[in-house]
Design a binder for this molecule. Structure first.
Ligand SMILES: C[S@@+](CC[C@H](N)C(=O)[O-])C[C@H]1O[C@@H](n2cnc3c(N)ncnc32)[C@H](O)[C@@H]1O
Length: 221
């Protein structure tokens, strides 16, 4: 008898919104999202940035405004955040954003190899309890997939306010010879890169006076 293959993907966990979606949010998701959806077999000659877990979209919008010659793909699964981001895209009349409202692992399967110039992951869920570590996104299998879609010399920018996740992130990247730590030095990890803006989660981290870390990793081969 064939043995069943064990899944190596992080345990997928979709947070439920605290309150039901408003009529406006429902409308944005049902009708307006269509205009910005990432579609399978997408192809472009322009450079592509990808933000994974864009939350309420503050950074995604900023990336789009400052890089209007590039395509900005945003991936998240949290419906209130997606609705709020669509609203911001429309209010700012932005034309270069594509939204993927599902799990990042399915998006990676739909992206071409070596197609992404830069990846942003601002405050991925830290899952601080040991029993929840398996839900953390940044893992061996995730880095393998990330490597597949990034261009050579492509950068990944990650921020976190969790010391335990910081250590786990460094550990996972150190095990993967295809990536190199790209911050200038340890002090550089405390400076938010100019191209990133303060997100909703970062404002929460500030209120709680948490230390924040901004990490850069380069795909070297
Ligand atoms: C802690 S929040 C940070 C949001 C935002 N980047 C910020 O800094 O405010 C993490 C985000 O990652 C999203 N997320 C978690 N797992 C995901 C997955 N597998 N695929 C896509 N998005 C995911 C969550 O829905 C959430 O919006």
């Amino acid at each position: 008898m064939k043995k069943s293959k064990k899944t190596l993907l992080p345990l997928f966990y979709k947070k439920k919104p605290r309150r039901p979606l408003s009529e406006k949010q429902k409308k944005l998701l049902k009708f307006n999202l269509k205009k910005f959806l990432f579609k399978k077999n997408f192809s472009t000659k322009r450079k592509i940035f990808l933000e994974i877990g864009f939350g309420y979209g503050e950074n995604l919008i900023n990336l789009s405004i400052n890089n209007n010659n590039k395509i900005i793909i945003g991936c998240d699964i949290y419906e209130p955040g997606i609705a709020s981001t669509i609203d911001k895209i429309e209010k700012n009349k932005l034309k270069n954003i594509l939204i993927y409202p599902k799990n990042i692992f399915t998006l990676i399967d739909e992206l071409k190899r070596n197609s992404i110039d830069k990846v942003f992951m601002l405050y991925p869920d830290p899952w601080p309890k040991k029993k929840h570590f398996k839900r953390r996104l940044i893992s061996k299998i995730f880095l393998k997939r990330l490597h597949k879609i990034l261009k050579k010399n492509g950068m990944t920018l990650i921020s976190t306010d969790s010391l335990s996740y910081l250590c786990a992130i460094f550990y996972e990247f150190s095990l993967n010879p295809n990536f190199e730590w790209a911050n200038k030095d340890a002090a550089d990890c405390h400076k938010r890169p100019l191209e990133i803006i303060k997100s909703k989660y970062e404002r929460k981290a500030d209120i709680e006076r948490n230390d924040k870390y901004f990490l850069k990793f380069k795909k070297i081969c």
